[in-house]
Design a protein around this ligand. Structure first.
Ligand SMILES: Cc1cc2nc3c(=O)[nH]c(=O)nc-3n(C[C@H](O)[C@H](O)[C@H](O)COP(=O)(O)OP(=O)(O)OC[C@H]3O[C@@H](n4cnc5c(N)ncnc54)[C@H](O)[C@@H]3O)c2cc1C
Length: 421
C-alpha cells in the first residue's frame, strides 16, 4: 500500500482538542483564520491541511461525534459495526495512507468482476446533457439485463446523469475488478490521524453564515444557547440535503450559480439493518452474499472467529425508500426474509439488532450524494469560492461519494485557500 505522501502533517502527534456539548470553554467571539463547518472526513482533512500550514482553525460540528457518514458503533456487540461507510474501495484509494498512519488492520471483503459492459458504452455517441444513464443505455441498445447492477448500493440508473457517468468513467468503475477492504477495528480508526491536535467544537449546529469581503460570522446553536464565531475564511462541508433544505442560511444569499448547483444535486436514501445471531447464518467462509437486486448482505463475523455472526442487510435508493416507509419491526422482518432467501436457509430471530436511518438524521437528511440528470456541471459550480471568503468542499463539490473522495476534497479545496491566503 502507498505510504504517507503529501499529507506530511499526519505525522505530527497530539490528541484532538474535542470540546463536548457540555463544559465547552466560554469563547463565543474568538477570531480564527478559518472556520470549518462539519467534522466529517472532508472537514477533518480540510482542517488538518490548514492547521499543518500554521493557520488558526476551528471546526464546528453539529453532532456530538466526529466522522459524519463514517459512523462506527463500538457498543452494539463485540465487533465494531459500521452504520455508515464500511469499505475502502480498491488498493489504490488515497485513504491507505490513513490506514498506514493509524496502524490499522484491514481485511479484503470483496473481489469480483461485477459487470461486463457493452462495448458501446462510452465509445458511441456522447449522451445528451439531460440524459439519465438509463435513457442513454437504452438508446445504445444495451438490454436492461446487461446494465450495471447499481441498485442495491445506489440510486437506480434512471436517476443518474449519463454525462457525469461517462465523463467520470463510472461505467468503467462498475466493470473493473473490485477489491474492497474493511478496517478490522472500525472505519473510525482512520479519523484519528486527521483529528489529532485540531480544535473541534462538538454540538455546534451552524444556523447562519454571514459573509462579506472581510470574512465570515457564523451563528450557531451551542450548549450555552446562541454562539457566534468570526473567521477570515470559511470552509463549508455540509451534506447536500442540509444545503437544499436551507438549514443553514447564507447572508447575503449565495450567488445564483451556487444556488442552482445545490438545487440540481441530491443524496440517495440508504438504510442499514444490523442483526446479531447466536449462530452462523451465512455459509461457512462467506462474508458477502450476492445482492438480490434490492438488498445487500454482509457479515462482519470473520473479524473475530469467536464472535456470534453479525450481518448487515442494507439498501440504497428505491429499495431503501421502500424499507424506510415501513415501521421498524417490519423493516427487520423484510430484511430477515431476504437474508434467508439469499443464504438458502431460514435464519433464527436475531438476538440483537440496530439500525440507522440516514434520511431522518437531521445532520445529513440522506446518505451519500448522487449526480442527477442535467447536474453534471453542478459540483464544479459549487466548488467556486464565494466572495473570496467562502469555500465549499466535500461530496457536493466533487460528485464523489466515498471516504477517499472526501479525504481528497478536504485537501484539494484548502490547497486553493492556502494559495489565496
Ligand atoms: C450508509 C452509508 C454507507 C456508505 N458506504 C461507503 C463505503 O462503503 N465506502 C466509502 O468510501 N464511502 C461510503 N459512504 C459514503 C462516505 O461515507 C461519504 O461519501 C463521506 O464520508 C462523506 O464525507 P463528508 O465529510 O464530505 O460528509 P459528511 O460525512 O456527511 O460530513 C458532514 C458533516 O457536517 C455536519 N453538519 C451537518 N449540518 C451541520 C451544521 N448545520 N452545522 C455544523 N455541522 C453540520 C455533519 O454532522 C457531518 O459531520 C457511505 C455512506 C453511508 C451513509
Amino acid at each position: 500500500m502507498p505510504g504517507i505522501t503529501r499529507r506530511s502533517g499526519l505525522l505530527l502527534g497530539g490528541a484532538a482538542l474535542l470540546t463536548a456539548a457540555a463544559g465547552a470553554p466560554d469563547r463565543p467571539w474568538a477570531e480564527w483564520d478559518v472556520a470549518v463547518i462539519g467534522a466529517g472526513v472532508t472537514g477533518l482533512s480540510a482542517a488538518r491541511n490548514l492547521t499543518d500550514h500554521g493557520l488558526r482553525v476551528i471546526v464546528l460540528e453539529a453532532r456530538d461525534r466526529i466522522g459524519g457518514q463514517v459512523h462506527t458503533d463500538h457498543g452494539f456487540t463485540s465487533v465494531p459495526v459500521e452504520l455508515g461507510a464500511g469499505l475502502i474501495h480498491g488498493a489504490a484509494a488515497s485513504t491507505w495512507e490513513l490506514v498506514d498512519w493509524a496502524g490499522a488492520d484491514t481485511v479484503r471483503v470483496r473481489s469480483e468482476q461485477h459487470w461486463s459492459p457493452s462495448t458501446a458504452v462510452g465509445r458511441a455517441a456522447a449522451p445528451r446533457d439531460d440524459d439519465s444513464a438509463a435513457e442513454y443505455l437504452r438508446r445504445l441498445g444495451v438490454p436492461e439485463a446487461d446494465w450495471p447492477p447499481v441498485s442495491s448500493e445506489n440510486e437506480p440508473l434512471s436517476r443518474w446523469s449519463a454525462t457525469w457517468m461517462v465523463e467520470r468513467g463510472e461505467f468503467d468503475w462498475w466493470s473493473a475488478p473490485r477489491a474492497d477492504f474493511r478496517v478490522v477495528d472500525g472505519y473510525d480508526r482512520l479519523l484519528a490521524p486527521l483529528a489529532h491536535g485540531l480544535r473541534i467544537d462538538l454540538g455546534r449546529r451552524v444556523r447562519a453564515v454571514r459573509w462579506s469581503g472581510g470574512g465570515v460570522e457564523l451563528t450557531m446553536r451551542g450548549p450555552g444557547g446562541t454562539e457566534r464565531v468570526r473567521a477570515r475564511r470559511c470552509v463549508a462541508t455540509l451534506p447536500i440535503r442540509v444545503l437544499r433544505t436551507a438549514d443553514v442560511v447564507f447572508e447575503p444569499p449565495l450567488p445564483a450559480a451556487h444556488r442552482d448547483a445545490i438545487e440540481a444535486l441530491d443524496a440517495t436514501d440508504a438504510v442499514k439493518l444490523v442483526m446479531e445471531f447466536d449462530r452462523p447464518v451465512l455459509p461457512a467462509d462467506t462474508d458477502v452474499l450476492p445482492s438480490d437486486g434490492d438488498l445487500a448482505f454482509w457479515s462482519v463475523s470473520h473479524l473475530s472467529p469467536t464472535a456470534p455472526e453479525v450481518v448487515s442487510v442494507w439498501a440504497a435508493g428505491e429499495a431503501a425508500r421502500a424499507l424506510l416507509a415501513q415501521p421498524e419491526d417490519e423493516r427487520f422482518a423484510a430484511g430477515l426474509r431476504a437474508l434467508g432467501a439469499a443464504a438458502g436457509q431460514t435464519p433464527p430471530d436475531p438476538v440483537r439488532r440496530t439500525t440507522h436511518d440516514w434520511t431522518l438524521d437531521p445532520h445529513s437528511r440522506g446518505a451519500y450524494l448522487y449526480v442527477p440528470p442535467g447536474a453534471h456541471d453542478a459540483p464544479a459550480a459549487l466548488a467556486a469560492p464565494v466572495g473570496g471568503v467562502l469555500f465549499f468542499a466535500g461530496e457536493a463539490t466533487t460528485g464523489e461519494n466515498t471516504v477517499e473522495g472526501a479525504y481528497d476534497s478536504g485537501y484539494d479545496a484548502t490547497d486553493g485557500l492556502l494559495a489565496d491566503l
